[in-house]
Each structure stands twice: as C-alpha cells, then as structure tokens.
Design a protein. Structure first.
Length: 254
C-alpha cells in the first residue's frame, strides 16, 4: 500500500460486535490496543493492563474480523524484562488469539534486539514511537520530538526498528513535519495518531472517534459519529417507556 501511495486506515477494537462492524466498514488494520485499559476497563492508564486482559479481548475481536490485519498490543513489562519473556508472551498472543502480529513500544537498541528476536521466531512486529503510553510516567502526555535533537532521535529509532525487521511503525503525538520526514525515510509504512497527514496511514481509538469517550478531546481527534449521545438518548427513552408502562406492548408479548 505504501508503494502504491494508498493510505492505510487502522482502528482499535476490543470486542466481537465492534470488530465485526469495523471490519465490514473496510478498515485495513484492526488493533487490539492496550488503550482498552482506559476505554473498556476504566483504568487511568495502560500500565495495569495484563497479558491475560489482552488475550481475552483479542480472542473476541478475532471472531469478528474476517479480512483486516489483526494486531495486538503487548502490554507493559511483557517484553521489556528479557527477550525470553518477550518471545514467550508474544507467542502466547499469537497462539491463543489468532492475531497476525504484535505491537510494542520504543526504539532503543535493547527494544530493537527484542524486535529482531520476535521476527526471527516468525512473529511480525509493529513498532510504536513518539509518545509511548507505557512510558507516560517519564514523558507525560505531550507532543514528542519538537526540537532538532528529538526529531533526530525519533528518526534514528524508526530506522533502527526497520532494520530490526518491524513491518510498520506507529507515530503518536509527533509534529507533522517530523512525521513526514520519518515516513519518507522509511521503506516500511508509518501509521499516525496525532502526527499529521504525512504518514502512510492513520489510527484512532474507536471509542474516541465515535464520541463514546466525551471527556477526551485532544487536538488531533475528530468525532466521526456521536454514538455516545445517540446511545444515551436511547437508554433514557427505554427507561421512560418502562416506567410509564409503555414497554413492552402487545407487539412485544408472546
């Protein structure tokens, strides 16, 4: 797709019904993100999400995805401790979920050695640079690579991931000019989130772009459908009709 100049549409999903919906809508990549910590489990960050959480949700998503590429996040401390841990945990994800690839964060030499080990074992890896949510306690939630040194480090990390065998890199919260430079320097595609239009594709969290997470309104987010408002109105109408004795009516009764 990158060689043809075709943009890549990626989106997250965490359950069977939404997975089936986004797959049928034509997305190219479905990501079971550890963002499920916030939008599904109600946690403050991705850090408490476990491998079992990811596998549980990815198995459900797999049942709903018929054609898109399915990628699953490796959660915090499932790949950073040792390459043996990373192989074991990524192998569990692949074996128990039916995913096509895993995603991990960072581009340090140590992380890239892990990427190389996973790829050598037959596990496709998507990278993730810029703002990396698992490092939020170090970086805060802010745009990365704003200065020349930061941009140079980002480009170096991206090239290192490519050399290690990653097939794709997510760029999150990166200035648009920097993301475009990185994209043009790589043979593998980039997927942006808060990284401008110069990336080879885009990804959003499903609940955010459907208006189901109304407290989250970053600059990069566009709400494509206000499902939260529609759902809330529907539930209110259900409550009203039940309390008024209007539902169920004769047409709903056996």
């Amino acid at each position: 797709m990158k060689r043809r100049g075709d943009k890549i549409a990626a989106i997250t999903a965490y359950d069977y019904l939404f997975a089936r919906l986004v797959d049928a809508a034509g997305v190219d990549v479905v990501l079971v993100g550890d963002s499920l910590g916030q939008v599904v489990l109600g946690l403050d960050s991705t850090l408490p999400v476990t491998l079992d959480d990811m596998i549980h949700h990815a198995r459900a998503v797999r049942r709903g995805v018929a054609r898109a590429l399915l990628v699953v996040d490796l959660p915090f401390l499932t790949y950073q401790v040792s390459r043996e841990d990373a192989l074991r945990n990524a192998g569990r994800v692949m074996r128990e979920t039916g995913a096509a690839a895993v995603k991990l964060e960072g581009g340090s030499p140590a992380i890239c050695e892990t990427v190389r080990a996973l790829v050598d074992a037959g596990i496709p890896v998507m990278g993730h640079l810029g703002f990396t949510p698992q490092s939020v306690n170090q970086t805060g939630t802010r745009v990365q690579a704003r200065d020349d040194d930061g941009a140079a480090r980002l480009l170096q990390d991206a090239k290192r991931l490519e050399e290690a065998g990653a097939f794709c890199v997510v760029l999150e919260l990166v200035p648009g000019t920097v993301a475009r430079t990185v994209t043009e320097a790589l043979e593998i595609p980039t997927i942006g989130i808060g990284a401008g239009a110069g990336c080879d594709g885009q990804v959003l969290v499903l609940h955010d772009m459907l208006g189901l997470n109304p407290g989250f309104t970053p600059r990069f987010l566009r709400t494509f459908a206000d499902v939260g408002q529609v759902a809330g109105d529907g539930v209110k109408e259900y409550v009203r009709t039940v309390k008024a004795g209007e539902y169920p009516g004769p047409e709903h009764t056996f």
